[in-house]
Design a protein around this ligand. Sequence first.
Ligand code: NAD
Ligand code: TDX
Length: 354
Amino acid sequence: MILITGAAGFIGGNFVHHWFERSEEPVVVLDKLTYAGNPATIQSHLDAGRCTLVQGDIGDRALVSRVLAEHRPRAVLHFAAESHVDRSIHGPGEFIQTNMVGTFELLEAVRAYWSALEAEPKAAFRFLHVSTDEVYGSLSETDPAFSETTPYAPNSPYSASKAGSDHLVRAYHHTYGLPTLTTNCSNNYGPYHFPEKLIPLMILNALEGKPLPVYGDGQNIRDWLYVRDHCEAIRQVLAKGRLGETYNVGGKNEIRNLDVVQVICAKLDALRPKADGTSYASQITFVADRPGHDRRYAIDPTKIEAEIGWTPAESFETGIDKTVTWYLENTAWIDSVRTGAYREWVSKNYSARD
Ligand code: NAD
Ligand code: TDX
């Protein structure tokens, strides 16, 4: 049994699919089901009975302790977070609460559970913390990519809150010996991505004839990682990672935002041509920049490649093809996220305290 926090969200949900394609080991999901959490993402596994969903807050130590005591996991994979940089700018409070205080409460519950385990399960136990390259701050175009020894320099309330959580995880290993692993990855993309983030927002706005809002000059660079490649990295770090270590995970796909949007428009032009014959690129609209907008992120994945033997399988070309196709074919999921109908479904099917 493994416990996964935040697996009704984008990466955690993909991880559950990835896991059950490779393992029969059951999963318990702890997720608050915020606006970003959608049980439909993992519904097939809930229906099959190999995955259990507990709706609750990682910051509720008593609840986390009960879930641990009941399900007795051999590992905790911690994905749950407030994850959207723009939202953190408008309202940082939730980010501090979930990403820092929530991670602290989760760590305290896990530490008590782990401390009381018998010798063998105690030695085998792992706490894997999923974090971001944004903790390292912003690169110029000529700086070397982020490595695990790059000093932390978070610039947004989101990245500062993730940096705080990384430091707590580090301290729990150093001080208490909790067997932790941390991964810091670059921008993910792929199926089940909530349409507030760049790639799904652009696909859906394009199809609806809406403006495609590019922040600033559109020259900011992100290092795109196909979500299933990230899931495989996490699976391998869980199995092979050295305790207390951090591993950077990147796709070696540095691309300017404007180029990302143009690639999406070209794919849609080919797959779903507009009736009037114009390109979706005509909907691109430059808008005011994000305050404190980091210019460039790039990951040096040498350590995970050398130590763990992981490399990404997808290029941006193949990954974006899969992603655009998925959004064209999965309108029911998109509607469920956008209309809020899944919220009603949630209140009918899950009680707040299981
Ligand atoms: P997401 O926003 O899609 O999903 C987050 C999930 O966490 C949701 O299901 C939500 O309901 C749940 N959640 C939020 N607050 C909670 C709380 N207090 N208690 C329990 N559950 C809660 O996020 P994502 O994109 O899947 O990101 C997952 C993790 O990966 C995060 O820790 C994020 O910082 C990290 N990360 C994401 C990216 C990316 O590109 N998406 C890149 C690097 C790192
Ligand atoms: O409408 C938009 N227009 C635009 O130009 C949006 C939503 C974004 N952008 C830009 C801002 C960024 O430079 O696109 C880039 C990507 O933006 P997001 O999708 O919001 O991602 P980012 O801010 O880079 O953060 C993401 O990657 C790191 C995740 O949301 C984080 O959770 C993760 O840690």
